[in-house]
Ligand binder design. Structure first.
Ligand SMILES: Cc1ncc(COP(=O)(O)O)c(C=O)c1O
Length: 389
């Protein structure tokens, strides 16, 4: 029985209802489908991390951490970013440990975007950006990436900038397409934001998952961009612990001050024992340097297993995701295709239309390869059985 309320409420997010993610989740569990849908790994994290958290708890680190995070962890992050990307952030004023990347995105947008502002973002996109912008009384302005190569048309970005544009949200490596920014993209982004007060919010949660020997072209590699950027990352994605809900954010002190004001009243601080464990774990650079090769093996395995499937795979340059096009063999919408895959073939994927506010259907589905080998093999075998319709 549900409790009924006579209180009248007015929604701030009228367009957010039951999402396709919920529908797919329910249908998948009804059919016990193999899960190639979520970006959450189904394999264990490093046992040293669990031991580190346990030890921290046993040693009594169970109360609030400092508001911006444990200093030893922030020092590790500063050193890592300096060694990989060349920008050295100030430990005390330019690093914030957040309760997940999601919290970092929320605190950054809420701290820096005002009612009436416009925020440019690119679709297909991670689902939280536009709703968070709307919650500030601001307007999300979607620009579609070109299909099927998912590049930014920088002329379109230039044309979309108005005096109200306060922020541009970018995401590299990109969920859901697996596209990564090139040095030329950074150059273009620097040009379109030059002499403006536009802040770049750069979602780099897959920063350590870039394939084929390519570097990660994050904002911290480009001094002109770094000085106007907030960079978001996630321990969940890097260390296979999405349920632990810890991430971080770096930004110049002037921007960070405003982000911290929101973080202070939203979370105050992130989980304490996890911060101890991450600080210890980050002593070994291999813990992030090995990640691209680890996920590349998974991408390559899934790609090779799907060579005999009717799907046309699009290139994945990074992230946990691979897109599969079926427009040459079926007229079904991508949601219909995803439902057929669950019901008839027992495998769960995500329709790309779920990543567009207007439900654009390119007849493409997203596969996650953040899965153990048995799951990848079983999922691929099911996809190979699909018949043109
Ligand atoms: C692009 C992108 N940004 C942010 C997040 C959220 O990360 P976290 O789990 O640390 O909140 C995800 C998770 O899937 C993501 O794919």
């Amino acid at each position: 029985m549900t409790l009924r309320s006579s209180v009248k409420t007015r929604t701030k997010l009228p367009d957010v209802g039951t999402t396709i993610f919920t529908v797919i989740g329910q249908l998948s569990s009804q059919h016990n489908a193999i899960n190639l849908s979520q970006g959450a790994p189904n394999f264990a994290c490093d046992a040293r991390l669990v031991a580190g958290v346990t030890r921290a708890m046993e040693e009594g680190h169970n109360q609030y951490a400092p508001m911006t995070g444990l200093r030893p962890l922030k020092e590790r992050i500063v050193d890592k970013i300096a060694s990989l990307y060349g920008t050295r952030y100030d430990v005390d004023s330019e690093v914030l440990i957040t309760a997940s990347a999601s919290e970092g995105l929320y605190s950054a947008i809420s701290g820096l975007v005002h009612p009436g502002d416009e925020v440019i973002y690119f679709e297909p996109s991670f689902d939280s950006y536009a709703p968070i912008v709307r919650l500030q009384g601001a307007t999300p302005v979607a620009i579609k990436l070109t299909v099927p190569d998912f590049t930014v048309n920088w002329d379109e970005v230039r044309a979309a900038i108005t005096p109200r544009t306060r922020m541009i949200i970018v995401n590299t490596p990109h969920n859901p397409s697996g596209k990564v920014f090139s040095a030329e993209d950074l150059q273009q982004l620097a040009l379109v934001t030059r002499n403006t007060d536009i802040v770049i919010l750069s979602d780099e949660v897959y920063e350590h998952v870039v394939f084929d020997g390519e570097p990660h072209h994050g904002m911290a590699t480009h001094p002109q961009l770094a000085e106007r950027s907030v960079i978001i990352s996630s321990f969940g994605k890097t260390y296979h612990v999405t349920g632990w809900r810890v991430g971080y954010c770096v930004a110049p002190a002037e921007l960070m001050d405003e982000i911290c004001k929101v973080h202070q009243f939203l979370m105050f601080s992130a989980d304490t024992p996890m911060q101890y464990a991450f600080a210890e774990h980050m002593a070994d650079p291999q813990t992030w340097l090995s990640l691209s090769a680890f996920y590349q093996r998974k991408r390559d395995l899934l790609q090779s297993l799907l060579a005999e499937s009717p799907f046309k795979l699009l290139p994945s340059q990074g992230s946990f995701f691979l897109l599969a096009d079926y427009s040459h063999f079926s007229e079904e919408s991508d949601s219909e295709m995803v439902k057929r895959l669950i019901v008839d073939h027992g495998v769960a994927t995500i329709p790309l239309s779920a990543f567009y506010a207007d439900g654009t259907d390119n007849k493409i589905i997203r596969l996650s390869f953040a899965k153990d080998e048995a799951t990848l093999r079983a999922g691929a075998a099911a996809l190979c059985q699909v018949k043109p319709r």
